[in-house]
Design a binder for this molecule. Structure first.
Ligand code: ADP
Length: 590
């Protein structure tokens, strides 16, 4: 409770008030007592002088005890004091409240000693006879007519118990104490009220400020007071407005940065001083198959599980310069270009790691390389054989007409193969560049299959293959250019016939699924390896590296382009030794 500012203000004031009142009470009590004593001193000294005048004659007459006793008792009764008369040697001659006989010698009492030397003496002390505090005034009694001259006949002492004044002072102190307590109570209430009023705005301000980190807006109305609290309030308001603007700006910046990081196709990781992952974007999560939650706070080695990245980070850290390298992750068939850059002053000790996925680029590079080598190969074989035939013809066969005719026939076959390849290439490039406009209309898919099967039936029979067609009736029409789609079907059937050994089976199946019709050509041939499967739709690609199978390697490339031009998809599924399945989908007409 006393931690609060209002009590810290109120308590010292209350203590000060209490101390002041108590100090004042003590001071007043002692002053009142002192002035009372002073006044009483004067009074009882005067009383003593009077009694001394009365007692002077009796003392001179031999000090008859009755007479002195009478004087003492009478005076005591009138003045309401205690009166003692002693002779010059200190023997008690008369005593108003006690029997004088048997009382000890009083000459050693301070007031008598003082009166013996100065004629008058005063003393304030506890009475040895009565035990309470008394004020004594003693005066010397001189022979009548001599007054203060001559030798004293004796001494008169008047005593006043200070009980009364003590009682008065005690009463006064009690009143003071009561007043002090009442004042303390009232001042406590007033101090608490004032302090509470004063700190109310402070408490409201504290409450409002406390809400700010919880996302609440600081919308306390500005205090109307122009005191320190009012100014503090105003300053807080201004600060809150500025803070809110800065937080908004920061939020916007952070959102922009987060959006950029999220949309980037390059992977971004920021590693701290110890190599711990401080930031990772979704692209990097995908590349390394990790999640942000599992990566953050872990070291690069733990998160990426590859020493190559740790080496790159270490090189960059040691050199303090940008380092780049190409890294392959064989398990995921990913090829990355990694760049490590120290972040310098913006984030001291941290390193930015940027990963660019070059897998596709590298793949395109391989495709381009393979394309050139494949096309050269495709051209070289017929050209070499043409050259050999021409040479033989020139050298000898010219004179042997039947042989020359055979040679010319073979030359014609080679030229046909070459022109077929060139026309297929031309066709492919025309389809690719969109120069073959499709005549799309509603076509019966069964019709497409039937025409293609009829065209290939004879070839299949010759190859010793069984062809099974499974087309359920009622398949909806598709939106297609029929001759082009027939060509796709023929290409697939042609491959199936070419690669399936005699005795095998080719199944053709049609079904509609969702908004598309799905065509399937399945064979019982040798199948395609996992490595070749993604590449067979490339032009000139042949799974058979020796390229002995015949064909140009363009059939599937043409099929893919034609299907895609129809808005469909084409793909293959295969397992080595268990045949291949080619499927393509074409959108339905409606
Ligand atoms: P081509 O048949 O003229 O070689 P394609 O583009 O039609 O060219 O086929 C590319 C390659 O795909 C073929 O060389 C072959 O290795 C593979 N392939 C295609 N169809 C089949 C199939 N039904 N069975 C096995 N391999 C196939």
């Amino acid at each position: 409770m006393f931690q609060s500012i209002r009590w810290r203000i109120a308590v010292p004031y209350i203590l000060l008030l209490l101390l002041t009142l108590l100090g004042l009470a003590t001071y007043v009590a002692s002053t009142v007592r002192q002035s009372y004593i002073n006044q009483m001193q004067t009074e009882i000294t005067a009383d003593a002088r009077l009694i001394a005048v009365r007692a002077a004659a009796a003392l001179q007459d031999g000090a008859p005890p009755d007479e002195l006793d009478r004087i003492a008792r009478q005076s005591a009764a009138i003045l309401n004091r205690r009166v003692t008369i002693i002779d010059a040697e200190g023997n008690v001659l008369a005593e108003s409240h006690e029997a004088a006989a048997g009382m000890e010698n009083h000459m050693e009492r301070p007031e008598f000693l003082q009166a013996w030397t100065d004629g008058e003496g005063i003393s304030l002390r506890d009475s040895e006879t009565l035990g309470s505090e008394m004020l004594y005034a003693a005066v010397a009694v001189y022979p009548p007519g001599e007054e203060s001259a001559g030798t004293p006949l004796g001494y008169v002492r008047v005593a006043l118990p200070l009980q009364q004044i003590q009682q008065f002072i005690n009463r006064m102190l009690r009143i003071f104490l009561g007043l002090t307590l009442a004042a303390a109570l009232i001042s406590t209430l007033i101090a608490a009220w004032i302090a509470s009023r004063t700190t109310r705005s402070l408490r409201r301000l504290t409450e409002a400020v406390r809400q700010v980190p919880a996302g609440e807006l600081f919308d306390e109305p500005v205090s109307r007071n122009s005191d320190e609290f009012g100014q503090l309030h105003l300053a807080f308001n201004q600060m809150a407005v500025r803070l809110r603007k800065q937080i908004n700006d920061l939020d916007t910046e952070r959102s922009k940065l987060a959006a950029v990081l999220a949309q980037m196709t390059d992977g971004v990781i920021i590693a701290g001083e110890e190599g711990e992952v401080q930031l990772i974007n979704p692209a990097a999560e995908n590349m390394f198959s990790i999640t942000q939650e599992s990566a953050l706070g872990r070291t690069l080695a733990e998160a990426l599980r590859s020493h190559q990245f740790v080496d790159l980070w270490q090189q960059c850290k040691q050199s303090g310069e940008t380092v780049s390298t190409s890294i392959e992750i064989p398990t995921r068939r990913i090829f990355l270009q990694a760049v490590a850059t120290p972040l310098g002053e913006s984030l001291p000790g941290s390193i930015l790691l940027l990963f660019q996925d070059l897998t596709r680029l590298r793949h395109l590079e391989t495709v381009r390389r393979d394309f050139i080598s494949n096309i050269s190969h495709e051209l070289r074989t017929p050209l070499a054989s043409l050259k050999a035939l021409t040479e033989t013809l020139q050298e000898s066969a010219f004179d042997d007409p039947p042989a020359a005719r055979r040679f010319l026939q073979r030359m014609e076959t080679e030229v046909d193969a070459l022109s077929l390849m060139v026309s297929e290439l031309l066709e492919l490039s025309r389809i690719e560049s969109g120069r073959v406009p499709l005549q799309l209309k509603a076509v019966d898919p069964k019709q497409v299959i039937q025409v293609a099967v009829d065209r290939m039936k004879l070839q299949a029979q010759r190859a010793g293959l069984e062809m099974v067609v499974d087309c359920p009736s009622g398949t909806p029409s598709i939106l297609a250019d029929q001759p082009r789609l027939e060509q796709v079907m023929v290409n697939l059937l042609h491959n199936a016939i070419k690669f399936t050994p005699a005795g095998g089976r080719i199944s053709i199946h049609l079904e509609s699924s969702g908004s598309e019709a799905l065509f399937t050509v399945q064979d019982t041939g040798p199948g395609i390896t996992e490595d070749d499967l993604p590449r067979i739709f490339e032009r000139f690609y042949k799974a058979d590296r020796a390229r002995t199978s015949g064909g140009t390697g363009l059939g599937l490339a043409i099929a893919r382009h034609l299907v895609e031009a129809h808005g469909g998809r084409i793909w293959a599924e295969s397992q080595v030794g268990r045949g291949s399945t080619f499927r393509f989908s074409i959108p339905l007409a409606s």
